[in-house]
Design a protein around this ligand. Structure first.
Ligand code: SAH
Length: 252
């Protein structure tokens, strides 16, 4: 996969993608990451990229002509490699990013993240060259780089070969509409806090059921709305009994 960050701070991107599984994926050629400076597409001698909003108001906007030329330039270079990048605008006004969106975007061969700055971008860019406007949550950052990097990281770790263990991405929180069960490593007793004994039992069926129950309970307590998307049809007898008991106790 090719990912391009279009940004006024290209130097902020590299350190976020040079370590760990993502850094290794780049070295092995699974992933190409580049950051392009919006200012490289400025046309005046002051390298201006922003201007004041029509109708007044505070702050500056990234200019339509500069960002459009930059996106077009990146797309032209991608076309040489037969790639057609999907363009994502980072914006607190977009639909909120989630794991399913990460899965969907991980199927694309090429992505461009447009990182806003100041008060954002000229709205005409949405029609001209943006495929999708995405927010990472209901809060406002000062620039799109961290939002784009967070999305790109979630996307990259889903690419085949990026995580050592393919199963671990499937079991992650949000992959099944349930939050992940609690996990523990050695020592089994720390300051009197003991690891649940079932995990030391070696009984894999019991461990699997316990983990699923813990996932279910944690989701019910912390993010009950996620259970609306949960598929109850595939539950086995023991899981069904667990859910029935929760119903009887009026916890579900
Ligand atoms: N005035 C704008 C906010 C601009 S913040 C508004 O109210 O919508 C500057 C830039 O930071 C944005 O253009 C966007 O690229 C980025 N940004 C801020 N918050 C974000 C969020 N929650 N998700 C994604 N990008 C965000």
């Amino acid at each position: 996969m090719d990912i391009t960050f279009l940004t006024l701070n290209p130097e902020s991107i590299e350190p976020l993608f040079s370590q760990g599984v993502i850094g290794r994926a780049r070295l092995s050629g699974i992933l190409n990451i580049q950051a392009v400076n919006i200012r490289d597409y400025a046309t005046d001698k002051h390298h201006t990229v922003d201007d004041t909003p029509y109708g007044g108001g505070s702050g500056m906007l990234l200019k339509v002509d500069i960002v459009y030329t930059a996106v077009s330039g990146i797309k032209q270079k991608a076309a040489i490699k037969n790639l057609k990048p999907y363009v994502v605008l980072t914006s607190p006004g977009g639909k909120v990013f989630h794991q399913q969106k990460a899965c969907e975007l991980s199927q694309k061969e090429s992505l461009i993240f447009v990182c806003g700055q100041y008060e954002g971008i000229d709205a005409r860019l949405n029609d001209l060259c943006i495929d999708e406007e995405i927010s990472i949550g209901d809060f406002v950052l000062s620039g799109g780089e961290m939002a784009a990097a967070a999305m790109a990281n979630a996307i990259c770790r889903l690419l085949p070969g990026v995580l050592g263990d393919e199963v671990s991405a499937i079991e992650d929180s949000h992959s099944t509409s349930l939050l992940e069960y609690p996990q523990y490593t050695r020592p089994s007793d720390f300051l009197g806090q003991k690891v649940p004994s079932v995990l030391l039992s070696g009984d894999h069926a019991r461990i699997e059921l316990w983990r699923w129950q813990q996932s279910f309970l944690k989701t019910l307590q912390i993010r009950p709305e996620l259970l609306k998307n949960y598929d109850f049809t595939g539950l086995d007898k023991k899981q069904k009994k667990f859910v029935d008991d929760l119903h009887k106790q009026q916890l579900l």
